[in-house]
Design a protein around this ligand. Structure first.
Ligand code: URA
Length: 238
């Protein structure tokens, strides 16, 4: 973190253009510890800074690392076409500061979606070289059989892939429930692997990334939280 003028700090946090941020400050809408700050040129240390904007606390963060519990019928794409985008579930400041999903979940997939405005983090986390295990719970149209589990563990050939893709682990969790762990993140991978193995994915949920479990975050569907450094460390490859 560093020293910046108040208008630049507000802009970096996604409150709008520099001009708009200056206007907010001059209008008396920004305070620190209850004291209105109306000088946009005031230089402040950003480390540990907590602003009050329109009376609401805003902890200044250089970069944000977020986990969203994605509901069904939201798109991860930047320009969603058939459903609202996942960014609509977050404060609008995050759109301004270019927070993006780390990888994609299909519009009908629920579960953990990481989001950040840290480009190198997004790149590293979504790199196929990283081998971060992702845990999915699939509801299958046909019953889960031992043969299905064996096939997914051995590897199934998808049309546009040079080699068969295999699950890291695959466990029957119910008559129509399969927990499947993948290290790659190919397009529609779980659905296509299930189809290639002769079944069909009726619903899909991502319950964990690396060692970070969605259930441990205490958020419900449609909710999000900042990730702590300890939680981020759990995203490392096994
Ligand atoms: N595999 C899929 O088929 N869909 C997802 O959303 C994620 C993994």
């Amino acid at each position: 973190m560093s020293k910046l003028s108040l208008d630049r700090i507000l802009q970096s946090q996604g409150f709008g253009t520099r001009k708009y941020c200056r206007a907010l400050i001059e209008d008396g809408d920004v305070a620190i510890d209850g004291v209105v700050q109306d000088n946009y040129k005031a230089t402040l240390e950003t480390e540990g800074l907590v602003l009050e904007v329109f009376g609401e606390q805003w902890v200044v963060r250089e970069r944000v690392y977020i986990a969203l519990y994605k509901p069904s019928d939201y798109e991860c794409s930047r320009k969603p076409s058939h459903h609202p985008g996942v960014l609509t579930l977050l404060p609008e400041q995050f759109t301004w500061r270019d927070v993006q999903p780390v990888g994609r979940l299909d519009h009908d997939t629920t579960g953990m979606l990481l989001m950040s405005d840290d480009g190198p983090f997004i790149h590293a986390q979504s790199s196929p070289k990283r081998h971060v295990p992702k845990v999915y719970l699939a509801t299958t149209a046909e019953p889960v059989t031992d043969a299905l589990v064996a096939q997914l563990l051995a590897g199934v050939q998808l049309h546009d892939e040079p080699a068969p893709l295999a699950a890291v682990t695959c466990i029957k969790r119910g008559e129509h429930q399969l927990e499947i762990v993948l290290e790659q993140g190919k397009y529609h991978q779980v659905k296509r692997m299930l189809a290639a193995a002769g079944n069909h994915c009726a619903a899909l949920h991502r319950s964990a990334i690396g060692q970070l479990e969605l259930a441990s975050l205490g958020i419900g569907e449609g909710e999000w939280c900042y990730l702590t450094p300890e939680q981020l460390a759990l995203l490392a490859p096994a």
